[in-house]
Design a protein. Structure first.
Length: 342
């Protein structure tokens, strides 16, 4: 790997010559701007605002712009004359536990390689001291024209350095947290813990950039025959979460199934028992006549048909009643007058 900076680590009175190497690389697919009409590439040229002429890189300097637009030229000689003890030195200023470093301060990462055979012994000494102390080194160094803060730690058998932002470059999270009072139940926390345990067990090396791979396949397909790769259907994601408990339970179940693990038992949520209701008064028992009337109404509603024999006997009884003459009324007896007593 090509070094981007040469200098030394200052460890007290010990000086360790080192080379700075980038520890990361950007693998994002980059695009060029083109003219849609003819496919010609669009390039940017540096032009002076005063005379409108294109300027070469060798003719360009730097300046500081004040609030009123005034430009104050600053030359490389001006900057090199400044007292900057870390211009070619990574100066270790302290050793602290790694837990004291806020991840928000993390910036670019570099590998520090021993520069030459004489640097191997002090390099190894610092590496082993960091391992045994279980601490990290805080250092100051200068790179690309500015002084920076760094953190040295051990990765395998190499000393790595993370650039750190200065404390005053970290913004306070004001107005970011929810401003409404929310209560979280223990049952919800238990399900969240179960989901964290399931999703947390993953090999970081198995993760990859799906979008970058899709872009590379699209470019390869277009380069070969101009055919576009059919887009895979997007998985629909749920909208607003209405039932948080159900969403957590489904998430845990889906994560377990994706890993081939048995589905967890359903989480039990203890609900408050409802208040006892007053017993309704029992309805009065129906009398025999009411029961028989109800039965008759039910049979009429359901359209039940009487048996044929019953229908025949009913019709015969009706005919007999029609043929039978009406009974003669007996003549009324005359009232006998009572004798008056003398």
């Amino acid at each position: 790997m090509r070094s981007i900076w040469n200098g030394a680590i200052s460890f007290g009175l010990v000086s360790i010559p080192i080379k700075l190497v980038n520890a990361t690389e950007n693998k994002s697919v980059s695009f060029r701007q083109i003219h849609l009409e003819d496919g010609g590439r669009i390039r940017y040229r540096k032009v002076c605002e005063l005379d409108g002429e294109e300027v070469q890189t060798s003719e360009i300097g730097k300046a500081y712009e004040e609030a009123d637009g005034t430009m104050i030229p600053i030359t490389d000689e001006d900057l090199s004359a400044l007292p900057l003890p870390t211009a070619k030195t990574i100066e270790i200023v302290a050793f602290v536990p790694s837990s004291e470093i806020d991840p928000l301060q993390m910036d670019a990462a570099y590998y520090l390689a021993a520069n030459g055979v004489p640097a191997a012994k002090p390099y190894t000494l610092l590496r082993e001291a960091l391992k045994r102390s279980d601490r990290v080194a805080i250092a100051k160094f200068a790179l690309r024209g500015r002084e920076r803060l760094g953190m040295l730690r051990v990765v395998d058998d190499v000393i790595a350095m993370h650039g750190l932002l200065w404390p005053d470059e970290i913004r306070a999270p004001e107005g970011v947290a929810p401003d409404t009072a929310v209560t979280v139940r223990d049952a919800e926390l238990d399900l969240a813990d179960a989901l964290m345990d399931t999703l947390g067990e993953v090999d970081i090396h198995t993760l990859h950039d799906d979008y970058r791979e899709a872009v590379e396949e699209l470019i390869a397909a277009k380069a070969e025959g101009g055919l576009e790769v059919p887009a895979e259907p997007k998985k629909e994601r749920g909208g607003q979460v209405i039932d948080l408990m159900a969403a957590l339970e489904n998430s845990v179940r889906a994560a377990r199934e994706a890993r081939g693990e048995p589905a967890p038992a359903e989480a039990s949520v203890t609900e408050l028992s409802p208040r006892p209701r007053k017993k309704a008064q029992a309805a009065p028992k129906e009398t025999g006549a009411k029961k028989s009337t109800a039965k008759t109404a039910k049979s009429a509603e359901s359209g039940e048909k009487k048996p044929a024999a019953s229908r025949k006997s009913t019709s015969k009884t009706a005919k007999a009643a029609e043929k039978k003459p009406a009974a003669k009324k007996a003549p009324a007896k005359k009232a006998t007058p009572r004798k008056r007593s003398a």
